[in-house]
Design a protein around this ligand. Structure first.
Ligand code: FCB
Length: 472
């Protein structure tokens, strides 16, 4: 790991380790706009957002925050925050429009300019290769349930590494493959909106394979100093009681929510209980020899995205007969019910519960010794407004971030090897099926004028970074 000197100013009460990385995160489709510029072709999210009823208000990412044209301003905003790192994603349909063949240089040029601007500002670029914007042409051929998509991803990863490898030190293959597989192909609330549980399990496997083949393509093209990672949205699952039935409900969610990725990637195997739980849907014969060896290529760190915990209890399958909503939990949905966690909630209606982050980090410390961790997303949506004083007062977001940083600090003190923390998000942006209705940014964006206004939380975060920790 490269270290950044983050010597704290005097007075920091909770000091983070020297070299701890402080960042912000975004994703291409959520901020870039310029959907049809410089050769970019539609992704599954362009198609999905144009499908009536899929995204609130019929919003699309056509213009988003217009980051494509305001990139220099946005790097300036980060410069003022004082971040050491910036996590962004590369739009596959911008750099390899049909999902195969040579790179589109005009698309790559945008990322070359971005990376140059970041380095000029002293900010370390951390590039994610896939944050859900699959080229539509690849979905038309079958999407992630189709094995070839994994091969296509590895080819694309190699193209981006060739173009940016001399200047980008941190790489992440996939963002949250759980969402890509299960919200995309099982519950259908994300693109491409399919509701096929068995296909979703195939998608999950092909995402693991894509990750592994992608790691190989990256290592082949990148200098040895480059760091390669994967980002998972691990579920902090809590059983309602410690009854055997509730513990088993939690086990099922852990299998199809967490170990479906952790086992292939870190142990080179399929979780045996996951295979049992899903036996009525698939025999997993799409897993071929060598796939799990590929999926388990060594990583330099694991990215963890965390927002809130998941509380579950057992339910008798018979009690839940009848028409069901498509579920993102194949093999578990008939046995599990989800309960609201107590406590305050964000505008997403997600509970605010920093202990869930601590629990997750403590678990990873115990289960994956030797694997450094980076919080690649954490943050909260609130109904922020620019006030008459021209400022955006968002005390709830400050409290949320502070509470979660305290949890990270506690985990580090208890031996978790956490190397960095990225706030989701730099900017208010296109929040997937919620369109522009949910604001996660440290910086407010007026979606009529695209005017940026740093919120109080941005000033607060700049202070945290400057002192290398939290003031009392
Ligand atoms: C995560 C996504 C990110 C953003 C946050 C709120 O699941 O990775 O793009 O939407 O949730």
């Amino acid at each position: 790991m490269t270290t950044v000197d983050a010597s704290p100013a005097p007075g920091a009460a909770l000091r983070f380790p020297t070299g701890f990385r402080w960042g912000t995160a975004t994703a291409a489709y959520q901020i870039e706009g310029a959907a049809a510029l410089d050769g970019r072709t539609p992704s599954i999210w362009d198609t999905f957002s144009r499908t009536p009823g899929k995204v609130l208000g019929g919003d699309t990412g056509d213009t988003a925050t217009d980051h494509y044209h305001r990139m220099a301003e946005d790097v300036g905003l980060m410069s003022r925050l004082g971040v050491s790192d910036y996590r962004f994603s590369v739009a596959w349909p911008r750099v390899q429009p049909t999902g195969r063949g040579p790179a589109a240089q005009r698309g790559l040029d945008f990322y070359r300019r971005l990376v140059d601007a970041l380095l000029e500002a002293g900010i370390r670029p951390v590039a994610t290769l896939y944050h859900w914007d699959l080229p539509q042409e690849l979905e038309d051929l079958g999407g992630w349930p189709h094995r070839d998509t994994a091969e296509r991803f590895a080819e694309y990863a190699g193209l981006v590494a060739e173009a940016l490898g001399d200047r980008v030190a941190g790489w992440t293959t996939l963002n949250e493959p759980w969402c890509a597989a299960f919200l995309g192909y099982a519950s259908g609330v994300h693109a491409p909106g399919r509701t096929e549980p068995a296909a979703a399990l195939r998608a999950a496997h092909h995402l693991n394979l894509a990750h592994g083949l992608g790691v190989r393509a990256l290592r082949a093209a990148l200098p040895r100093s480059a760091e390669v990672s994967l980002t998972l949205n691990l579920h902090a699952v809590r059983p309602l009681t410690d009854s055997a039935a509730d513990l088993d409900a939690a086990r099922r969610i852990d299998a199809v929510g967490n170990r479906i990725f952790l086992d292939p990637v870190f142990r080179g195997r399929l979780a045996p209980d996951l295979v049992r739980d899903t036996a009525a849907l698939t025999d997993w014969s799409f897993v071929r020899d060598g796939d799990l060896a590929a999926a388990s290529e060594p990583l330099d760190w694991l990215g963890v995205n965390y927002y809130s915990p998941t509380v579950v209890a057992a339910v008798e399958p018979a009690a839940s007969d009848g028409e069901r909503e498509p579920s993102p939990w194949p093999g578990a949905e008939e046995h599990v019910r989800f309960l609201p966690a107590p406590g305050p909630r964000t505008e997403m209606d997600w509970p605010v519960d920093p202990d869930g982050l601590y629990e997750l980090l403590a678990r990873l410390r115990d289960e994956l010794p030797g694997v450094p961790l980076v919080i690649t997303e954490n943050g909260a949506a609130y109904a922020d407004r620019v006030g008459p004083d021209g400022a955006v007062h968002d005390p709830e977001r400050i409290a949320y971030l502070r509470g979660h940083l305290e949890a990270v600090h506690r985990a580090i003190s208890d031996g978790a090897d956490v190397r960095g923390y990225f706030v989701w998000s730099l900017l208010d942006n296109f929040e997937w099926s919620f369109g522009y209705s949910k604001r996660f940014g440290l910086v407010h964006v007026d979606f009529a004028t695209r005017l940026r206004t740093p919120k109080d939380s941005a000033h607060w975060y700049a202070d945290v970074i400057a002192r290398g920790g939290l003031a009392l």
